[in-house]
Design a protein around this ligand. Structure first.
Ligand SMILES: Cc1cc2nc3c(=O)[nH]c(=O)nc-3n(C[C@H](O)[C@H](O)[C@H](O)COP(=O)(O)OP(=O)(O)OC[C@H]3O[C@@H](n4cnc5c(N)ncnc54)[C@H](O)[C@@H]3O)c2cc1C
Length: 413
């Protein structure tokens, strides 16, 4: 833990995960005094380490944010995997035809569609950058044990009893955010009654730098390409089915996985340990209060089928930093409700749109109704044949659509 804990900070960020750490780096140039409290700092990646189970598909706009913050080099020097194509298909067991669409970076004049990166790599690169900023203190190795929200200056108490106050308290502490709970901000919740099973697998054939996704009636199954030729999988299934899959021995798991995946990459030869995460859509009724803001999973969680969760959170972080920085330039109170509402208005609509699209996708694809099956197969085939629609969808997947914060844009210097 850093030994330079001050009694008061301008901004106190609870949670130094991918989103909280990005926010801290994005605020560095404001000159404000910032602290990030993170209870768990992961160990450094070693060259021969197995790939972690938790990875994220990072969009171009998120990559722009990391580049701008001087974090991308720290990611690349550890490890990350570019993917050039995305292959999405829907083959129903009932034999109602096949729809597929293939997105290719070359069609949009870009080198890659995005990168698959371990969450730990992103966090480590960000924490390394935080340590280079004199106005940011990383307080690590212990939790926040008490939060007392006061509009003008909230106070938190660490596990060791240290008391810290701040003008702006930010909850970047994930889906079960203690900051959000401390102010009774309510959540809209939709339980999908599904779990996402993650593992690292070795298929017979090389992944061809392609992110593969098959829509099954029980949920989507993604194979994400890793730089060593393996794939990171996210297999979403109804909870009962997911529990059954989790119980399978390794050999049966590999066989079932190969067939669920249409053996697109041949048989799956081996698989790592597995982990399962309940999939829940949550949206906070409010992102801000006077002197308080929520970012990332603390404000919203979505179905992982389009791999957008952390990308939305990173856009929250960049947008909040932009709003705070503007307030500072015009000598306005960066913690006032008036200032913070700009952030909320900006991000709520964007996040809501993505959440509804993902739920719509899930309902459309997670259904073996004959009519819906025909519609989606027709839709996928149409997208494949219609360049304008394809290009628009590709832009959205790369994170180029919507009202982007400046540091997420290609043109930002
Ligand atoms: C199966 C699955 C697959 C996914 N795949 C993708 C993908 O491909 N692409 C994508 O964009 N998103 C994906 N997501 C979503 C993504 O993982 C999350 O959106 C992202 O991790 C949220 O980041 P965060 O920093 O907001 O929260 P978190 O990652 O939850 O980080 C919160 C941090 O706060 C710390 N913390 C919490 N409480 C305290 C406390 N009291 N004191 C101190 N520290 C505290 C925690 O230790 C943690 O480091 C996936 C999610 C799942 C479940």
């Amino acid at each position: 833990m850093s030994n330079k804990v001050k009694a008061h900070y301008d901004i106190l960020i609870v949670g130094g995960g991918m989103v909280g750490s990005t926010l801290a780096c994005a605020l560095a140039e404001t000159g404000l005094q910032i602290a990030v409290i993170e209870k768990y700092i992961p160990g450094e990646i070693q060259p021969n380490d197995q790939y972690d189970l938790r990875v994220s598909a990072i969009s171009h706009s998120s990559q722009n944010v990391f580049r701008h913050l001087g974090v991308w080099d720290g990611i690349e020097k550890r490890r990350c995997s570019a993917y050039e194509k995305m292959h999405v298909w829907d083959t129903q067991a009932s034999g109602m035809g096949e729809g597929e669409v293939i997105f290719d970076a070359a069609d949009n004049g870009v080198k890659e569609l995005g990168h698959i990166i371990e969450n730990r790599v992103i966090q480590l690169a960000l924490l390394e950058r935080i340590n280079q900023h004199h106005n940011i203190d990383l307080i690590s190795g212990q939790s926040v044990s008490q939060i007392q929200y006061v509009p003008e200056a909230s106070q938190i108490i660490l596990e060791d009893g240290t008391e810290i106050s701040c003008r702006l308290l930010v909850g970047a502490d994930g889906a079960n955010s203690a900051v959000r709970q401390s102010v009774d901000i309510e959540l809209d919740i939709a339980e999908y009654d599904q779990k996402g099973i993650v593992a690292v697998v070795t298929p017979e054939k090389h992944h061809q730098l392609t992110a593969w996704q098959r829509f099954l009636p029980t949920g989507p199954l993604a194979f994400l390409p890793l730089s060593n030729g393996q794939c990171s999988i996210v297999w979403s299934a109804d909870s009962v089915e997911a529990d059954r899959i989790m119980q399978l021995d390794d050999e049966t798991f590999c066989t079932e996985l190969s067939h669920a995946f249409d053996t697109k990459l041949g048989l799956v030869n081996s698989a790592s340990e597995r982990a399962a995460f309940p999939l829940i859509r949550r949206h906070a009724n409010s992102y801000v209060k006077e002197g308080l803001a929520l970012v990332g999973d603390a404000a919203h969680t979505i179905h992982p089928l389009a791999g957008q969760g952390v990308n939305l959170g990173l856009m929250d972080a960049a947008s909040l930093a932009e709003v705070i920085s503007q307030a500072k330039t015009y000598r306005r109170d960066f913690g006032s409700l008036h200032t913070l509402r700009k952030y909320e208005r900006w991000r709520r609509g964007e996040n809501q749109l993505m959440m509804f699209s993902m739920s719509g996708f899930k309902n459309l694809f997670g259904n073996d109704n004959r009519l819906l099956s025909k519609i989606r197969n027709f839709g996928l085939s149409l997208v494949q044949k219609t360049n304008v629609v394809k290009s628009t969808l590709m832009n959205r997947a790369m994170g180029f659509e919507g009202d982007l914060p400046k540091m997420a844009r290609d043109s930002f210097e």
